[in-house]
Design a binder for this molecule. Structure first.
Ligand code: PRT
Length: 133
């Protein structure tokens, strides 16, 4: 999967300076990051709608459009696919470490003890009390 995304990213980089009249990618670069972000968000919503409506074939097609628009946005903000893979590897490594830790080593923080407001202690001594007659 990462190979095909890298090829797509390179195709996007190669197309971004073409004539906007013939290249959708060049058109997106001409319109700028806000337009790219809008297209990405629209594709994400289409994926979500198709998934909720139980249309896996449409989810596949819209996911391919989503990934195309994601690579366009990466390219526009100077993010390379390797940067994303590196972050994914970092997370995988961190989770691997967490899985290997013995359960006893993982200390759960204690819930804070509720603080009860104390009333001042007043000594009641009967000899100081005046008797009512
Ligand atoms: N991989 C893709 C790719 N995936 C999806 N898309 C396009 O993105 C569209 C999704 O956006 P929309 O649903 O909004 O489509 P639309 O409504 O028909 O189009 P617009 O209103 O946005 O013009 C799809 O219909 C595809 O045409 C892609 N366009 C280009 N590429 C690749 O990008 C590279 C550069 O291509 P050009 O941009 O054509 O130079 C080439 O390698 C292409 O294969």
């Amino acid at each position: 999967m990462s190979d095909s995304l890298e090829r797509l990213y390179l195709a996007v980089i190669a197309a971004k300076d073409l004539d906007p009249a013939v290249s959708r990618t060049a058109r997106l670069f001409q319109r700028g990051p806000a337009k790219m972000a809008k297209k990405l968000a629209e594709e994400a919503i289409e994926v979500v709608i198709d998934a909720v409506n139980g249309k896996p074939d449409a989810v596949i097609r819209e996911s391919a459009d989503l990934l195309y628009n994601l690579t366009v946005l990466w390219a526009s903000c100077g993010v390379q696919p390797e940067d994303v893979w590196r972050e994914m590897e970092r997370r995988e490594h961190m989770l691997g470490i967490a899985e290997k830790l013995p359960k006893s080593a993982v200390k759960m923080p204690r819930p804070p003890t509720p603080r009860v407001a104390r009333r001042p202690i007043v000594a009641l001594e009967s000899r100081n009390l005046r008797k009512r007659h």
